[in-house]
Ligand binder design. Structure first.
Ligand SMILES: [Zn+2]
Length: 204
């Protein structure tokens, strides 16, 4: 576990976080359709950064620096993106690291994972867009009477628009432009559309 002095040295501001994501190849440029149906010229391929343990370690060190005062006992991240981040953050904060999965649309702790009443839970996500997944994790642990103390993430794609009933510590807030297909300047220029998550994914 890093001591406080080491964390101070590691402090990363938004620009430094952006630099790490860029270096890892997270920012993809092209013509994309989000799951919302909106189009954009930028797509964040988050697993590009998580393929490098050295970058994941640096980013999670910053998450740890910002959230250690919450004194979590357990870190929970929603699968799939949250698994690696929860593990690394848990390793650095000396906590258990769990993940939730959706079963028939409902977020659940499975695989024998549980939290005890009163345990302090810190949530971690890769990219927060609407905050829906994090709130589903809050609902999943509520019956267990654990205390959700906060949420941290790599990128808040809502640029600070999303509001949570818990403390929120994004490493980076971004306002990524998106357009309704009928107003999309890239559609107008007939640039081939890519739907992330499909096999035809190609970047320019
Ligand atoms: Zn378009």
């Amino acid at each position: 576990m890093l001591d406080n002095k080491a964390r101070e040295v590691l402090a990363l501001d938004a620009k430094a976080v952006q630099g790490v994501l860029q270096e890892a190849g997270v920012y993809k440029h092209g013509h994309f359709q989000f799951t919302s149906g909106l189009h954009s010229d930028i797509y964040l391929e988050k697993f590009q950064v998580m393929q490098y343990p050295k970058y994941t370690e640096i980013l999670c060190a910053e998450m740890a620096r910002r959230t250690q005062h919450l004194k979590p006992d357990v870190i929970i991240g929603p699968a799939v993106g949250g698994i690696i981040l929860a593990y690394e953050l848990g390793r650095q904060l000396g906590c258990r690291a769990l993940f939730t999965e959706r079963v028939e649309g409902t977020m659940q702790l499975r695989r024998g994972f549980s939290v005890a009443p009163g345990e302090r839970v810190l949530l971690v996500e890769d990219i927060v867009t609407t905050g829906g997944s994090a709130l589903e994790v809050v609902e999943a642990v509520k019956p267990l009477k654990a205390v959700v103390v906060g949420l941290t993430c790599l990128v808040d794609r809502s640029d600070g628009q999303v509001e949570f009933p818990i403390e929120f510590y994004p490493l980076l807030s971004l306002d990524i432009k998106s357009w309704d297909p009928k107003d999309c300047p890239l559609c107008e220029r007939n640039i081939p559309l890519v739907i992330p998550g499909s096999r035809q994914l190609q970047y320019t």
